[in-house]
Write a protein that binds this ligand. Structure first.
Ligand code: NAD
Ligand code: UDP
Ligand code: UDP
Length: 316
């Protein structure tokens, strides 16, 4: 056991990141309460944890109040892929905003430390590159991505107001594109789309000409950043960028996936979605300095592990 045993609530714990976080917390010797309404998450992601006496699963929608007794809360509940969060945009805003209010109200009542999974999307289509935490962002408040971007911005506002007004201990992480095993195969995100398309020998769909950039972090690296931030001194509230600064074009990613899978897939051009950011790269100087954290897994290794996961899943 690495730390004293804590009771930790993970909202969105049956999702991609949440399931890895639950696993890590159990491995570190904690008691984990996983709350999820299974909107985008799945029981398959946590099936291997059921039966562990220190793991509890609660079906619950965070837009409704929740009464529990825990020491720490990781608030991850929210659909993360544009295809999912745009399917019911009103519910997306409710999840971010009402979900944050309820989890902050819970944290306040029981004096728990609380972590928010914020996002690089608070920077919108950025005019500052790479993005530092003091950049205030360029978000279209009425576009199709706004339910997510503005919902997450408002959640950050709530976190800092509960911190200032009620003295809550908060930890706000701005997460950049992350990939790895247990991404949803049809959630429309680029890494899962490209890998599944390649493994099925279908054409790879480049939106626009593929010259837009992203920076991809492997999930294990990100979870290490979550744990370090949660365990950091109380005056480290964030917001703090967590992501991999290695930036690439989406076309380069497609080529890497083709090479690593050995697929014969062609690249096909599809229209670029509205408000799709042209470039994105985290400046992680703050995470390096305050948390001693930086990503360790190279893209090729991370892609190999993700490809193996999807290959096993598609053959199952
Ligand atoms: P995911 O869709 O796999 O997981 C989200 C989980 O939240 C799912 O299990 C879903 O069922 C659950 N959920 C959604 N609405 C809920 C509600 N109202 N009540 C209870 N549970 C609800 O996505 P993910 O990639 O694991 O993302 C987790 C968090 O990290 C999200 O808050 C997301 O915004 C944030 N994030 C992720 C990335 C990334 O690249 N994966 C980047 C930035 C931010
Ligand atoms: N809340 C919750 N669990 C708790 C305490 C509060 O879900 O243990 C929710 C409840 O819905 C409340 C919200 O958190 O409305 C905000 O709580 P707060 O105490 O900040 O404000 P209130 O609305 O109670 O005045
Ligand atoms: N994208 C793509 N083909 C796909 C899915 C996504 O070219 O099949 C592009 C998308 O337009 C965006 C980038 O890949 O420029 C990352 O998309 P994703 O949905 O993964 O994340 P986000 O846009 O939220 O960063």
């Amino acid at each position: 056991m690495k730390y004293a045993r804590k009771r930790v609530l993970v909202t969105g714990g049956a999702g991609f990141l949440g399931s890895h976080l639950c696993e890590r917390l159990l491995a570190d010797g904690h008691d984990v309460l996983c709350v999820d309404n299974f909107y985008t998450g799945s029981k398959d992601n946590i099936a291997h944890l059921i039966g562990n006496p220190y793991f509890e699963l609660i079906r619950h929608d965070v837009t409704f109040p929740l009464y529990l007794e825990v020491d720490e809360i990781f608030n991850l509940a929210c659909p993360a892929s544009p295809v999912h969060y745009q399917r019911d945009p009103v519910q997306t805003t409710k999840t971010s905003v009402h979900g944050a209010i309820n989890m902050l109200g819970l944290a306040k009542r029981i004096n728990a430390k609380i972590f928010q999974a914020s996002t690089s999307e608070v920077y919108g289509d950025p005019e500052v590159h790479p993005q530092t935490e003091d950049y205030r962002g360029s978000v279209n408040p009425i576009g199709p991505r706004a339910c997510y971007d503005e919902g997450k911005r408002c959640a950050e506002t709530l976190f800092f107001d509960y911190h200032r007004q009620h003295g809550l201990r908060i930890k706000v992480a701005r997460i950049f594109n992350t990939y790895g095993p247990r991404m949803h195969p049809d959630d429309g995100r680029v890494v899962s789309n490209f890998i599944v398309q390649a493994l099925e020998g279908r054409p790879i769909t480049l939106y626009g000409d593929g010259s837009q950039t992203r920076s991809f972090c492997f999930v294990d690296d990100l979870i290490e950043g979550f744990i370090r931030l949660m365990n950091s001194a109380d005056d480290i509230t964030g917001p703090i960028n967590l992501g991999n600064p290695q930036e690439m074009t989406i076309r380069e990613l497609a080529e890497a996936v083709i090479k690593l899978t050995g697929a014969k897939s062609e690249l096909v051009i599809k229209p670029l979605p509205a408000d799709d950011p042209l470039q994105r790269q985290p400046n992680i100087a703050k995470a390096r300095e305050k948390l001693g954290w930086e990503p360790k897994v190279a893209l090729e290794d991370g892609l190999h592990r993700t490809i193996d996961y999807f290959r096993a899943r598609l053959n199952a």
